[in-house]
Design a protein around this ligand. Structure first.
Ligand SMILES: NC(=O)c1ccc[n+]([C@@H]2O[C@H](COP(=O)([O-])OP(=O)(O)OC[C@H]3O[C@@H](n4cnc5c(N)ncnc54)[C@H](OP(=O)(O)O)[C@@H]3O)[C@@H](O)[C@H]2O)c1
Length: 328
């Protein structure tokens, strides 16, 4: 059968597009479901006796701590509030029959906290580090209008950037000696998508992404897996979502989904719905960046306006309360 040139070009185009679609679908299915089912994901068996989790008393960090404890790892929990740390540690010990250690530090403070963390974890065989701690804006805002922008930017960088870098420095040598280890750095989908009005936050998360990417290459020859996690919205205090929905999982479901991808891909949105959404938006951003910018700008502007109205109402209520008190 003879084809015209036009028909040949058409067939080649259909073949190329089909190949790309098949490759993407296969990559998604393999890294999300099939690889783990075939036992190809990274095993935590014999990786080391302890896991260190930052921001471990709530949300995603707590879910990682519990998931790792369920695999038999002892857990070092690092967070801000001693009372919450003691409670979470006691619950993990009683439920999973593992050991815990707690370290209360505020990651927004200076570099001195890492001397203390170093002393506290000295001698522990650390197989897993979860760099999860992070903070964000109270609401989306223009850079120069962020309340206390100067101090806030310093705290944000300390908490989201310095913590990830310093914690890696603290554990990598002993992982290299044992030629084993897993480091998960929690970034955000905002690291790779346009996120106006959250500029400082998304930029700190872009640092985490690039840092993880290069560090993964640097330490792969030593047998260490470094993976970057790019969540979309997850139910938590930070996201302010209180109930799960199709695209907003509970931290536990997010983490279980992500654990199936271990060692199968460098960067993962973790939860399968987030993976599809992130894949869709990153591709759309390549083809039509203005569409993605419009969507995010409109959403985040709406959130900003609602937050400002709420704050204004609170101010008015407070003023009225004070006036009423004065009147009395
Ligand atoms: N939730 C989402 O939708 C979402 C989306 C994308 C990325 N992320 C990323 O996921 C990570 C976890 O977020 P999350 O939503 O699970 O947060 P979360 O529920 O607010 O929990 C934050 C945890 O970090 C601790 N923490 C916060 N600030 C700290 C500080 N300055 N020093 C020490 N500990 C501190 C908290 O301790 P206390 O309990 O003592 O306050 C808590 O244990 C963050 O890196 C975030 O950027 C989250």
């Amino acid at each position: 059968m003879k084809y015209t040139l036009l028909e040949l070009i058409g067939l080649a185009s259909i073949g190329t597009v089909s190949w790309f679609v098949f490759r993407e679908v296969w990559k998604f299915m393999y890294s999300t479901f099939i690889g783990h089912a075939l036992g190809r994901s990274l095993s935590l068996k014999n990786i080391g006796q302890w896991a260190v989790v930052t921001g471990a008393t709530d949300g995603i960090g707590r879910a990682y701590a519990e998931e790792l404890a369920s695999h038999g790892l002892n857990i070092v929990l690092i967070s801000r509030s001693p009372y919450k740390l003691q409670n979470v540690a006691a619950e993990i010990e009683s439920q999973y029959k593992v050991k815990t250690k707690i370290i209360d530090v505020d990651f927004t403070s200076g570099i001195e906290i890492y001397d203390r963390i170093k002393k506290e974890i000295e001698g522990l065989e650390i197989g897993v580090l979860i760099n999860n701690v992070g903070m964000s804006y109270a609401y989306p805002e223009y850079l120069a209008e962020v309340p206390n922008a100067t101090e806030f930017s310093q705290s944000l960088i300390n908490c989201n950037v310095v913590s990830v870098t310093q914690m890696c420095i603290l554990v990598l040598r002993q992982m290299v000696e044992r030629k084993k280890g897993l480091i998960l750095n929690v970034s955000s989908a905002s690291a790779v998508l346009p996120t106006p009005l959250m500029t400082m936050y998304s930029s700190t998360k872009a640092y985490v992404y690039k840092f993880s990417e290069d560090l993964a290459l640097e330490y792969a020859p030593f047998g260490i897996t470094i993976q970057c996690v790019l969540p979309g919205f997850v139910v938590s205090k930070m996201s302010r979502y209180k109930k799960p929905a199709f695209r907003i999982p509970l931290p536990r479901d997010f983490v279980r989904g992500h654990m199936r991808t271990l060692g199968l891909e460098f960067a993962s949105a973790g939860f399968w719905v987030h993976k599809i959404l992130l894949g869709y938006y990153t591709k759309l951003n390549t083809v039509s960046p203005s569409t993605v910018v419009n969507v995010t700008f409109t959403n985040l502007s709406g959130t900003r306006q609602r937050a400002l109205r709420r704050l204004q109402m609170q101010r008015e209520q407070q003023e009225n309360g004070i006036d009423t008190a004065k009147d009395k």
